[in-house]
Ligand binder design. Structure first.
Ligand code: SAH
Ligand code: SF4
Length: 353
């Protein structure tokens, strides 16, 4: 059986022509049923001829991940634990926000790998090791599950933005991630413009230039420390690419007018949260066009790190402000449902072990 969710529109067109002798317009119809109307079987595709639907049933399938658990936080952040065809578990999270007109919108945090090989010390995903890359079908399956959930529980509220900030390092799975981005961008399909998609990386040399050249998404980089030495301590995998080289690559990264790279800085208590760290950070970033998100660490059980003291957070921000850097303080959403990357999966695995 061929999984039609694992094909871009040109791939689907070619497959339908080769295996069923169907013209491109038929492929477009099927494509719209899958991605626009979230059809899960061929019977739903009422404008496709019955004969074609029967042939598709014999040869193809539409695969969605299985929903293992759905948890909704007090702040309405909703986390899904999904089971993939081989039994692997991944997480995806829906985060609510309000538009300037008071409309409710949702941002979805997507996983790109089962586990992650980068081994950042503060990250539950990194601590649990790496199993494999996710396929395009599996990555987009997360979006389909979330859209179906919103349609059922919150009619009229839409999924607005996608961010690759779940489990895994997207640049290590760039070939599949690029196909996902192409599929998301298709106006006949999911219809997410590049402005509504962000790919977050811990800073991997391979693939960064390719992502930039594609123009298919915004870039976010998990910086987390202002010196190479501190990065080596908290994110040894990422630090294999020396910080000065990463900074040079970010300064050269192609940006559209008024576009900025989002830099993420995770504040870990007494590790990278001193006013001196803020000063060094400001200096290091002088060549880069960025906006800075400061995130307060969401402690995971057994972790050697702790959240920074509130007065340290304030002092850190003040130091940046005095250097004309606006830092947006991001609270960890959904702390009561283990919403930080990899936490829910880790607890589930502990329960079943
Ligand atoms: N691998 C990519 C994308 C996934 S991680 C990257 O590292 O950018 C998404 C973000 O979650 C990263 O910025 C990561 O540092 C952050 N994160 C991981 N564990 C966290 C925790 N316990 N509390 C808060 N943020 C965390
Ligand atoms: Fe991987 Fe990102 Fe977690 Fe680091 S923070 S281990 S790169 S998922």
């Amino acid at each position: 059986m061929t999984d039609l969710c694992d094909m871009t529109l040109p791939e689907l067109s070619a497959w339908m022509r080769e295996t069923h002798d169907e013209p491109p317009f038929r492929a477009r119809q099927v494509w719209q049923w899958i991605w626009r109307k979230m059809a899960r079987d061929f019977d739903a595709m009422t404008d496709v001829s019955l004969a074609c639907r029967r042939r598709l049933e014999q040869s193809a399938c539409i695969v969605w991940p299985e929903v293992e658990t759905v948890l909704t936080s007090r702040d309405e952040t909703t986390k899904f634990l999904l089971r993939l065809a081989d039994g692997a578990l991944v997480e995806t999270v829906l985060i609510p926000s309000e538009s300037s007109k008071g409309e409710r919108r949702w941002t979805q945090c997507l996983s790109s790998q089962v586990g992650c090989p980068m081994g950042c010390r503060f990250c539950a995903t990194g601590g649990d090791g790496f199993a494999r890359n996710m396929t395009m079908s599996e990555m987009l399956g997360q979006v389909q599950v979330a859209r179906a959930h919103l349609a059922e529980t919150r009619p009229g509220e839409s999924l607005r933005n996608l961010v690759f900030m779940g489990m895994g390092e997207p640049l290590l799975n760039l070939r599949e991630v690029m196909r996902v981005l192409q599929c998301c961008n298709d106006a006949h399909g999911l219809g997410f413009s590049p402005r509504r998609i962000t790919v977050s990386t811990c800073g991997v040399e391979n693939g960064l230039a390719e992502l930039g050249a594609s123009g298919l998404a915004f870039l976010a980089v998990s910086l987390h420390a202002p010196t190479q030495e501190q990065r080596e301590r908290i994110m040894p995998g990422a630090a294999r690419w020396p910080l000065p080289d990463l900074i040079d690559a970010l300064a050269a990264y192609p940006l559209k007018t008024r576009e900025r790279i989002t830099l993420e800085y995770l504040l870990l208590g007494d590790v990278n949260d001193s006013p001196k760290d803020a000063r060094t950070l400001a200096k290091v970033l002088s060549k880069v066009k960025f906006k800075l998100n400061v995130i307060v660490y969401n402690p995971t059980p057994g972790s050697p790190f702790r959240a920074p003291a509130p007065d340290r957070v304030l002092a850190f921000e003040k130091e940046l402000w005095s250097r004309h850097i606006t830092a947006v303080l991001r609270k960890s959403m959904g702390a009561d449902i283990d919403a930080a990357c990899g936490q829910l999966r880790r607890r589930h695995m502990a329960d079943v072990r």
